[in-house]
Design a protein around this ligand. Structure first.
Ligand SMILES: CSCCC(=O)C(=O)COP(=O)(O)O
Ligand SMILES: [Mg+2]
Length: 230
């Protein structure tokens, strides 16, 4: 078997678009104002608000304007690192209170378990923060899936549409790039991973439109035979 590790995207790959867009993002939007105001003195939150100021290039941006900017980024689905970090902190409360559980497709759960049993190393790469990734899999519909994963990557290592991000991930994983399979629903991410030398496979979930079909593609994880990839 050539493939020794699988690196997976979350939204649109292990997890439905709808869970992210209709559950997680609205939760963050509704709670943003109260959360940032309540936690503005916490060093982590204060730093993230400063990161928002840096991102927009306005050092004296008021707290109210920073909150408005964060909510605007949610509306535009911007993958901005300080937004993703704050969302992770906010979702923790939602998961802990049982307001929602992390959606993971049944075929994804089944095959992640199978691949782990085969001895493959499993990694996650999402625009959602590492904290948010661990929460989603830790509080998943199928229980705690975090023991399956050997590592997590977010935009701190680079953006998902840039080949250099995958080169850095390959260095961290410590395997040759061609022994790592990247799964995603987004063509630009697959193209970037391919440029870095990884094997790629496009997920076409629930007939969502994609232009990633120039990569090998599947509708769900049951259709993947990792032992046949060379
Ligand atoms: C990690 S849970 C929330 C997912 C998220 O915030 C997001 O932006 C999804 O991005 P992905 O890279 O997983 O498509
Ligand atoms: Mg995705």
């Amino acid at each position: 078997m050539t493939i020794k590790a699988i690196l997976t995207d979350i939204e649109g790959t292990t997890t439905s678009l709808s869970f992210v867009k209709d559950v997680l993002f609205p939760y963050a939007d509704q709670h943003m104002q109260a959360f940032v105001v309540e936690h503005r003195q916490d060093p982590a939150v204060a730093q993230l608000v400063d990161d928002v100021r840096m991102e927009v290039g306005t050092a004296n941006l008021s707290l109210a304007d920073a909150i408005a900017q964060l909510r605007q980024w949610i509306a535009e689905d911007k993958k901005v690192t300080p937004l993703k970090a704050i969302q992770g902190l906010m979702w923790e409360e939602g998961y802990r209170k049982g307001d929602f559980t992390g959606h993971v497709y049944e075929d994804a759960v089944r095959n992640l378990l199978h691949w782990h049993d085969l001895g493959l190393k499993l990694y996650v790469y999402s625009s959602g923060s590492v904290h948010a990734q661990k929460l989603l899999f830790g509080y998943s519909d199928a229980g705690d899936l975090t023991p399956l994963f050997s590592g997590y990557f977010d935009t701190q290592i680079g953006h998902k549409r840039e080949a250099d991000a995958y080169r850095r991930i390959v260095d961290v994983i410590g395997l040759p790039a061609q022994e790592i399979l990247f799964l995603s629903d987004i063509r630009e991410e697959l193209d970037a991973a391919q440029q870095a030398g990884l094997k790629t496979c496009c997920l076409v979930r629930e007939n969502q439109p994609t232009d990633g079909l120039q990569h090998p593609w599947i509708n769900n994880f049951d259709e993947m035979d990792v032992t046949a990839i060379n």
